[in-house]
Design a protein around this ligand. Structure first.
Ligand code: ADP
Ligand code: MG
Length: 246
């Protein structure tokens, strides 16, 4: 579903990703972890076609991503960005409905199927109590949930999320992880999530990709990727502090 071959990304002269090769099959659920500045968000931006590598290729659902236009990408892949900034004054349901843009009829606009998808996304993310509110007045955590609902409404076969739980309290963190798990298990959505919380990643994801200084240093099941020596080396902390599978 997603394939990177020898991908290198530079910001000015500095490499943020170095020679990354990675393959993610349809229906997989993968968490990208690693210290601050490792290149996690950069990797997601490349996968989403928002950033062009200086070397290497990116394929999405069998097509070279640089040959797909924004609309074609949006039908294949939905993004939940890291910073929950919302573009303009509008209600929660209008923001969620933006997720339907790639499917809307060019003349007739929202059709019943689009409205049903918006209602289902609102329901699944549990936003009913926020309907009618101005999205800009919401807390960061609430905005994060609105952007998640927008991505769910998009109904793309691939969902990429950049630290979707940073602004959430514990209960909502777990609920978002469970929803992502459900989208993966029931809807067969391929999931790629950047998570800063290694414990959450290990508990909810069968495959972790560990990035450090722009390179993949480990890729596999949590118990293997999060070996004590590696935690000490990459994160620079006592492995006993990282609760796995909690
Ligand atoms: P992570 O998400 O793992 O914290 P990022 O992918 O955001 O890391 O960043 C990787 C590296 O690239 C960091 O050193 C960061 O400072 C740098 N970087 C990220 N975005 C930009 C940018 N727009 N311009 C210049 N440098 C950037
Ligand atoms: Mg980041």
């Amino acid at each position: 579903m997603i394939r990177l071959d020898g991908v290198t990304v530079l910001y000015r002269e500095r490499a943020a990703l170095r020679d990354i090769s990675l393959q993610i099959e349809a229906g997989e659920r993968v968490a990208i972890i690693g210290p601050n500045g490792a290149g996690k968000s950069t990797l997601l931006r490349v996968v989403a076609g928002l950033l062009r590598p200086v070397a290497g290729t990116v394929d999405l659902a069998g097509s070279r991503i640089d040959r797909l236009d924004r609309l074609a990408i949006a039908r294949r892949l939905a993004v939940v960005p890291q910073l929950p900034t919302l573009p303009f004054a509008t209600t929660v349901e209008e923001v969620v409905a933006l997720g339907r843009l790639p499917h809307e009829h060019p003349v007739r606009g929202m059709r019943p199927g689009d409205r049903a998808a918006v209602a289902a996304a609102v329901d699944r993310v549990g936003l009913g109590h926020l309907l009618g509110r101005d999205a800009r007045e919401l807390s960061l955590g609430e905005r994060q949930l609105v952007l998640l609902a927008m991505a769910v409404a998009q109904q793309a076969p691939v969902l990429v999320l950049d630290e979707p739980t940073v602004h959430l309290d514990l209960r909502h963190q777990v609920e978002v992880m469970e929803l992502v798990g459900d989208l993966n298990a029931r809807d067969e959505t391929t999931i790629v999530a950047v998570l800063h919380d290694v414990g959450l990643a290990a508990h909810f994801f069968p495959r972790l990709v560990l990035l450090d200084k722009g390179r993949i240093v480990a890729d596999g099941p949590p118990a293997e990727v999060l070996a004590p020596d590696r935690i000490r080396e990459v994160f620079g902390v006592d492995p006993a502090l990282v609760r796995l599978g909690a």
